[in-house]
Design a protein. Sequence first.
Length: 175
Amino acid sequence: MSRRPIESSPRLFSPGELSLERTGLARLRDAVRPLRSPTVRELQADQDDETMKWLVAMADDLVPRFKLRYRVIVPENEGVTDHYGICYEDGEIRIRLRHAKTGRLLKASSLVDTLCHELAHLRHLDHSDRFKRLYWKILNMARDLGYYKPGPTEARPQQLGLFEDAACGTSRHAR
């Protein structure tokens, strides 16, 4: 039995003419529809990204002056409230960017203070006198370079209260 090709029936329209296109009115509605406003979380994420870029640039300026090396500086995980920063033996530094209760970005002077504290931990993972001397040197260099600008009520760095091991997030142990 031989097969013959089936002849197609005549078409009224070509396939290109059968495609659906949006009307001019629908395209106009899309053009004037207001854009979605960014959420608070999206705005905070952008602010956190900019703050981290600023802190990393500052660290990149400070660490060669003290012959230090870090692996990475990242924001602390959301919800962590028991420390401002933490430095691990592998060179990872985590810095809390936001206030634990209000969710607002911490003051620049507090962030710089924390960064200097954690940079000192790259050499001394304790709160010994050697650590404190290095921390003061880094903080004073940050002040001289214009990074650390404490307000009039911040005559002493905020980190001084964190020199007790229980108050600082410094960890010699695995995460």
